[in-house]
Design a binder for this molecule. Structure first.
Ligand code: NDP
Length: 287
């Protein structure tokens, strides 16, 4: 039998989340600030309502997928009383501290609270490869697990409501820097006449192969000794040629110089013979 669940926010992602719930046979109520976005969901069986208050009172489980923390506060604050005794699963991307603030707010109003970070784009929802990270109330996670599992693989990361967003953003950091690195490569080869498409064909298998290096780096970091033998040293990884080639191609050196400065800081501190992954210490020092 279906669960009564309301979805607040019918942007690209909210619509994908709601569609998966409707298709699984749940009783779905949806609301969006700007009217009209629920039309296709209504055809599939969702109930579209005009106000957040109406949406919140229709279900015990309220899924929130808005633009950011401010929009979450703007929508939820006025309906705090109605949410008392119900459950909020907030899948809006916020900072970890904002997620914790929402969890405290929920606790003050007697609202069950689970925060989430969606590691997927909307067409991936409910498909293999989609993962949603959760943190906050374990009880909420366990109770609604069958519903959450409709969107992708559900992973619970503890009672600190900020951790799902933190891990989400840590993964996005890797993604954005990788994409920026791809853009740098494109900029370097374009003057030679190579198309970005051709370069992509070279870059994808190369970068995929390089991800097998994470585990080795991780074991060095976790082992706490950057000097263990068998690693590529910081001295070897100076990036001097890379910076120079970037300049020769007329490409901005800001991105690659930023990486070089992380390496140089460790070399300058006398660690040049140690492993490349010691740059973690440069990053930590900045915090
Ligand atoms: P969209 O821009 O498509 O949708 C944003 C939604 O937020 C709309 O429903 C919009 O309503 C609503 N909204 C914005 N401000 C307010 C407000 N002040 N009051 C009420 N409603 C408001 O974004 P997405 O659906 O793509 O993203 C939603 C969340 O999902 C974000 O936190 C995003 O980071 C996260 N996410 C998205 C991914 C993606 O690939 N799209 C991937 C992973 C996470 P209106 O129609 O009225 O403007």
């Amino acid at each position: 039998e279906g669960v009564r669940v309301s979805v607040l926010g019918l942007g690209e992602m909210g619509r994908a989340l709601a569609a998966a719930l409707v298709d699984a046979g749940h009783h779905v109520t949806v609301w969006n600030r700007t009217p009209g976005r629920g039309a296709t969901l209504a055809e599939r069986g969702a109930v579209v309502v005009d106000g957040a208050r109406e949406a919140v009172t229709a279900s015990d489980l309220v899924v929130v997928c808005l633009l950011g923390h401010d929009s979450v506060r703007e929508v939820l604050d006025p309906v705090a009383a109605q949410l008392g005794g119900r459950t909020v699963v907030n899948l809006t991307t916020t900072t970890p501290e904002q997620a914790r603030e929402s969890a405290r707010w929920a606790a003050e109003h007697g609202i069950g609270y689970l925060d989430g970070g969606i590691m997927a784009v909307p067409p991936m929802i409910g498909q293999p490869g989609s993962t949603v990270l959760y943190s906050g109330s374990r009880e909420v996670f366990d109770r609604y697990r069958p519903v959450l599992d409709l969107w992708g693989e559900s992973a619970f990361h503890g009672e600190d409501a900020g951790l799902a967003c933190l891990y989400d953003l840590a993964l996005l950091a890797g993604m954005y820097v990788m994409f920026a690195g791809f853009a740098q490569g494109v900029a370097m080869v374009r003057p030679t006449g190579m198309s970005a498409t051709e370069f992509a064909g070279m870059a994808a298998p190369w970068l995929s192969a390089m991800t097998t290096g994470f585990a080795g780096y991780a074991s060095v970091v976790d082992g706490g000794d950057y000097a263990v033998p068998g690693q590529q040293s910081l001295n070897f990884s100076d990036l001097g040629y890379l910076v120079e080639a970037t300049r020769e191609q007329g490409v901005d050196t800001g991105l690659i110089s930023a990486v070089q400065s992380l390496i140089r800081r460790q070399i300058d501190a006398g660690h040049g013979d140690e492993g490349f992954i010691r740059i973690v210490e440069s990053l930590r020092a900045a915090g």
